[in-house]
Design a protein around this ligand. Structure first.
Ligand code: M6P
Ligand code: ZN
Length: 191
């Protein structure tokens, strides 16, 4: 991967390739496989089996060149592939911002959802192309693919917000999102 050391970015245009799920000028791309989501799916036996059985890619995050630095507004496109692990729909790891700041997601393709949890309350936003999901400060957020096609969204977030993955491991996300015949269903975290 090329070196994208933080550096000031001049004002300019960013092209969104909705079909490819990339931004141009292009920054780093992150690929997360099932093995990168250790301890996050409820059915750990199913997770272990699926990791041994090919360790599929769950999602990919393609970023622009705007650095994660204070006062900047980095952008990224996340593409979550369709699939389940132990009946639970493919999802992002989910994180809390250590520096509580808001974030917006714009649906680009496919169908999905934005699961939000503040430690007490849990909210769900159905996402599709053209929908903006708003993440207020203090709400942990996880995205889920609820359809049979890749679900893709653009994220814009404050460069100093950060990513705390441990918060989700400690507090959970309030609900889990399971595949059903009719589509999907939210179930209680420990249910
Ligand atoms: C969005 C943004 C990114 C985040 C990515 C994947 O693109 O919120 O900041 O990294 O989704 O989510 P996660 O970091 O929880 O795996
Ligand atoms: Zn975030």
């Amino acid at each position: 991967m090329a070196d994208f050391a933080p550096q000031p970015v001049d004002p300019g245009r960013v092209d969104v390739d909705v079909g490819a799920g990339t931004l141009r000028p292009e920054g780093p791309t992150l690929v997360r496989r099932l093995s990168d989501l250790e301890g996050l799916f409820r059915d750990q036996d199913a997770w272990r089996r699926d990791v041994e059985d090919g360790d599929r890619v769950v999602y990919q995050v393609s970023s622009s060149r705007v650095p994660e630095e204070p006062r900047e507004l980095p952008q990224s496109i996340t593409t979550i592939l369709p699939g389940t692990c132990g009946g639970e729909l493919y999802m992002t790891k989910g994180h809390q911002h250590p520096d509580p700041q808001g974030e917006i997601y714009l649906g680009l393709a496919g169908t999905g959802g934005l699961l939000l949890h503040d430690g007490k309350r849990t909210e769900w936003v159905d996402m599709a192309a053209g929908v903006v999901g708003y993440i207020p400060p203090g709400w942990a957020h996880r995205s889920v693919n609820t359809g049979n096609e890749p679900y893709r969204f653009l994220a814009v977030y404050p460069g100093s917000a950060g990513h705390d993955y441990g918060w989700v491991v400690e507090h959970g996300m309030g609900s889990r999102v399971m595949r059903t015949d009719a589509g999907h269903r939210l179930v209680a975290w420990d249910g």
